[in-house]
Design a protein. Structure first.
Length: 94
C-alpha cells in the first residue's frame, strides 16, 4: 500500500510520483494507493511525502506496536520544497 497526499484527481507531482511507484511494483505486488491509512492487513506501507503522510505513519506504527505483526514502513522523502528547505537549513541559509 502506498500512502500519497494526492491521488489521480489531483494530477500533480505527488500523484505522478505515486503512479510511478505503483507501476514499478505492480508486476510483482498487489498495490493500492490511499491518501491516508485507516487500518488494514497490508504487509508494507510506502509513505510518500514525510510531512503529509506523517499521520498515517504514526497510526501504522502504533497499530504494529500493539500487535505481533511487525510490518515495515518505508518513508520516501518527496516534495521539492521540503527537500530544498532541508538543504538550506543544513547549509545555514535559512
Amino acid at each position: 500500500m502506498i500512502v500519497t497526499p494526492a491521488l489521480a484527481d489531483a494530477n500533480n507531482g505527488n500523484w505522478q510520483t505515486a503512479k510511478r511507484w505503483a507501476h514499478m511494483l505492480a508486476a510483482a505486488y498487489r498495490v493500492s494507493l490511499v491518501r491516508q491509512w485507516s487500518g488494514g492487513d497490508e504487509a508494507l506501507m510506502i509513505a510518500l511525502h514525510a510531512r503529509r503522510s506523517a499521520d498515517s505513519v504514526q497510526t501504522w506504527h502504533a497499530a504494529r506496536e500493539a500487535s505481533a505483526a511487525r510490518r515495515p514502513v518505508l518513508l520516501v522523502l518527496t516534495g521539492t520544497f521540503d527537500l530544498l528547505q532541508i538543504a538550506l537549513v543544513k547549509m545555514r541559509l535559512v
